[in-house]
Design a protein around this ligand. Structure first.
Ligand code: HEC
Length: 166
């Protein structure tokens, strides 16, 4: 994580820290503080993080499909953001945040099958880290780059199939 933290763009690091920090600072006074419960804040935080992950992963998919050029700086920026954001997810699935619909599309199996879910999350994080490495060494959309993007894409799909309500 430390590598990607320091390479992630400063503004992103700051905004992500605000996003999560605000939630967890408030949760200390949850009893008296008006506003969303810590559980709802966790749901909002993970949805925001997933939205940003999708926004930053999509351009890499476009490169793989040949709809966008392989620009090393752009690829490295996107990949660094994805790995940084993926690390934030560790804190966004506390037990209390098993709210179900309509608040959340997270399936209850995340909490009843926690070890398996955590493994999927860890695999996603390590495949995203591998993509950062590949993105930093390749100079074009090589098979290695495409495979690294595809592996991460499979992690999105695989986790959603099991743990996200459609
Ligand atoms: C380890 C499991 C897991 C992985 C890996 C994962 N997701 Fe998700 N994703 C979820 C769950 C669970 C939700 C539902 C969260 C909720 O509604 O509380 C979700 C929700 C989302 C959402 C909807 C956010 C919203 O505003 O409601 C998007 C977009 C998304 N994921 C994109 C992605 C992309 C893109 C990837 C891969 C680059 C990915 N996810 C990888 C589990 C995962």
């Amino acid at each position: 994580m430390s590598h990607s933290f320091f390479t992630a763009p400063r503004a992103l690091v700051v905004s992500a820290a605000l996003l999560l920090g605000a939630g967890f600072a408030l949760s200390a006074n949850a009893q008296s503080a008006p506003g969303p419960s810590p559980a709802r804040q966790a749901v909002e935080a993970r949805k925001a993080v997933f939205t940003l992950i999708a926004n930053n992963f999509r351009p890499l998919g476009e490169v793989v499909k040949g709809n966008a050029q392989f620009d090393p700086a752009e690829v490295q920026k996107r990949a660094a953001r994805v790995v940084f954001l993926a690390g934030l997810l560790d804190e966004t699935f506390p037990d209390a945040s098993n709210l179900g619909e309509p608040d959340s599309k997270a399936k209850p199996e995340i909490w009843s099958d926690r070890a398996e879910f955590d493994k999927k999350l860890k695999d996603f994080q390590s495949h995203a880290a591998a993509l950062v490495k590949v993105g930093a060494t390749e100079a074009s959309a090589t098979d290695g780059f495409k495979a690294a993007v595809a592996t991460v894409g499979q992690d999105c799909k695989g986790c959603h199939e099991t743990y996200k309500i459609k």
